[in-house]
Design a protein around this ligand. Structure first.
Ligand code: GTP
Ligand code: MG
Length: 327
């Protein structure tokens, strides 16, 4: 076990008392917390130049490697495989969907669900907040969840119903979900910076952002350019990726689709956020409605074949479709 004081930012080589105090003043005490910031954010926060910020980041990473909390620069492929085999997963509530994902939602990864309205994104988020609390033998992680709600669609009543169906005390379930309502992009970023505290203090292993893009999309419509938005979104998504990797948690984000009028073949919709979004997510799952069922397709995965499966949405959240039910 690593002692808490070993993780204090003052242990980073090259961080003197002045820098340390600036970090403390910004509420950053822990090396992992510091690493969730990108070099640009760090340089702004500390009032140092970019190179100095990169240097501090590198030294922080080195420190975590020394403490055994992070891999080094290179690792043997056999060790990478061993690590991949041991990665924890959270059940979605549907065996079909779990199988599509190789066993469930992975920790240390960013999983994006995108699809049209009513396709089940928010229901999946609610279900995961409960299933993450299940013990490991029931394909949970016995841990809590942090939920950032940007569309005002978080419903504790749904949590109660989902928990009851899964033999979890609804009262207990509600006490392990920490909900932050984000009012705009800056507020969303602020809440996201707070997440590490909940992971640490409350033992959360799942982070939900439903939806990641809404505010970015609407706020940058009238002002600024698309490039500004993409840069800000890029920065935001990288924070989430780092959060997943550094704290060994699963990060799940949702995203809408928008019409792509230049598509001549196939589906004339695509996820919002452009390439930046696609390149940041580890796994992307495209959801479509099919009567009362839903079709999930895994796209752009580093190792899954492009495949699809079917699940359904019920009072108890995500589930497998009933026997014999057709698409
Ligand atoms: P947007 O956020 O609008 O883009 O949609 P979304 O993808 O988040 O959809 P959401 O997860 O909110 O799915 C809504 C659908 O879930 C509804 O159309 C219902 O089919 C289903 N649903 C939601 N709550 C319940 C429930 O309590 N019981 C049942 N059986 N189905 C539900
Ligand atoms: Mg929704």
């Amino acid at each position: 076990m690593v002692e808490e004081d070993e993780l204090d930012v003052e242990n980073i080589d090259g961080v003197g008392p002045v820098t340390r105090d600036k970090l403390y003043a910004a509420g950053i005490y822990d090396i992992r917390q510091l690493l969730t910031l990108g070099p640009v954010e760090l340089s702004e926060l500390l009032g140092v130049n970019y190179d100095k910020a990169v240097d501090i980041s590198n030294r922080s990473r080195q420190k975590l490697t020394e403490l055994g909390l992070m891999g080094g620069q290179f690792a043997l492929a056999s060790d990478v495989l061993k690590h991949r085999m041991s990665i924890e997963r959270i059940t979605t509530g549907s065996n079909n969907l779990d199988n599509l994902l190789g066993g469930g939602i992975e920790v240390e990864a960013l999983t994006e669900f995108y699809g049209e309205f009513g396709s089940g994104k928010t229901q999946i988020c609610h279900t995961l907040c409960v299933t993450v609390q299940l013990p490991k033998e029931k394909k949970g992680l016995g841990a809590g969840a942090v939920y950032i709600d940007t569309e005002n669609t978080f419903r504790p009543e749904r949590i109660v119903a989902i928990a009851e169906h899964r033999e979890i005390s609804p009262d207990e379930a509600l006490k392990r979900i920490f909900v932050g309502k984000a009012y705009n992009t800056s507020h969303q970023e602020l809440l996201t910076r707070e997440i590490s505290n909940y992971i640490e203090k409350e033992g959360c292993k799942l982070v939900i952002i439903d939806s990641a893009m809404t505010h970015f999309r609407s706020e940058f419509l009238g002002r600024g350019t698309l490039a500004d938005r993409q840069q800000r979104l890029n920065r935001y998504l990288h924070t989430l990726v780092r959060l997943a990797e550094i704290y060994h948690v699963a990060v799940v984000i949702t995203n809408q689709v928008q019409a792509a009028p230049d598509t001549f073949f196939g589906d004339p919709t695509r996820p919002s956020g452009g390439h930046i979004m696609g390149h940041s997510s580890t796994y992307r799952i495209y959801l479509r409605k099919s009567g009362k069922n839903r079709i999930a397709r895994i796209v752009d995965s580093p190792y899954h074949a492009e495949a699809d499966t079917i699940f359904t949405l019920t009072d108890k959240g995500v589930a497998d479709p009933e026997e014999g039910s057709k698409r």
